[in-house]
Design a protein around this ligand. Structure first.
Ligand code: APR
Ligand code: ZN
Length: 248
């Protein structure tokens, strides 16, 4: 990845709002990150971290308000900078108000393997085609700076994890998008498992997978007529859309 200065990333996707329009002054204009802090008051406090060389800024004042180029939402540019520095600093921003992604969002999925197989059996609800099987395998390792407890080990439960898609046009499209999501480290993350409560373990991120092939007892199986549309929406929410397939 080309190394971009955090401040430059902010300025790439947000423009400084010189003066706040009068109509907005009358309304309560709040920064979503500072919450109750008044954005146009003089008493704006900087959240901690701005004094440090890493989180600091030479050219942005604590009161500087920025506007996202596409969605138009506004917040303190220093708040966005603090949020960016808190994340994996991949050159992308996500509007905290509407989740619009600027640039290419990547995640914190640890190293591992994604393999694809074909199964000549159909899935409940998809009688006219065979099945794509995805096998994810991630071995245990040590957490990086992008993880909750850098330097500590992470565990990997239930790997290899087997997932299923119908082998039709839409299923194959989902597969291609999942490959993009895998490359961008978006399928798994390191955290606390909702299912087991175990911390420092590899868990599914925000993209649902079907891990049960022939029934849907768990809710993570077939039949599920909405699954492909739902997972396409979840992929899109991570910035993974058909556009990525044309470009990549
Ligand atoms: N299959 C697929 N997705 C699941 C499953 C499952 N069996 N159980 C939970 N999820 C989804 C949840 O709906 C949630 O959105 O994964 C997301 C994260 O849930 P966690 O419990 O935090 O994730 P994790 O610990 O990784 O997985 C739980 O999934 O594949 C299985 O073997 C795995 O038993 C484990 C389970
Ligand atoms: Zn927005």
């Amino acid at each position: 990845l080309p190394v971009q200065k955090p401040e430059e990333v902010i300025k790439k996707y947000m423009e400084e709002v010189g003066t706040i329009p009068d109509e907005l002054k009358k309304t309560e204009l709040h920064c979503v990150i500072l919450g109750l802090h008044d954005m146009h008051g003089a008493s704006v406090m900087s959240p901690s971290g701005y004094d440090s060389p890493e989180g600091g800024s030479q050219t942005l004042q604590p009161s500087t308000v920025g506007k996202f180029t596409k969605c138009g939402h506004t917040l303190h540019m220093l708040c966005m900078l603090a949020m960016y520095n808190n994340g994996n600093k991949d050159g992308s921003l996500q509007c905290p108000s509407c989740k619009t992604i600027y640039g290419e969002k990547t995640g914190t999925q640890p190293k591992g393997k994604m393999e694809i197989y074909s199964i000549p059996q159909s899935l409940p609800g998809h009688p006219d085609c065979g099945t794509i099987q995805i096998v994810y395998n991630i071995p245990p390792g040590i957490q990086g700076t992008e993880h909750p407890n850098p330097g500590q080990p992470y565990t990997c439960r239930g790997f290899p994890r087997f997932c299923f898609l119908p082998d039709n046009d839409k299923g194959r499209k989902v597969l291609e998008l999942l490959k993009v999501a895998w490359t961008r480290r978006l399928i798994f993350t390191v955290g606390t498992s909702n299912t087991t409560g175990e911390p420092d373990t590899v868990v599914w991120n925000e993209i649902h997978h079907k891990t049960e092939m022939l029934s849907n007892v768990s809710g993570h199986g077939y039949p599920d007529p909405n699954y492909l549309d739902n997972v396409l929406a979840e992929l899109a929410a991570q910035g993974v859309t058909e556009d990525c397939l044309r470009r990549d």
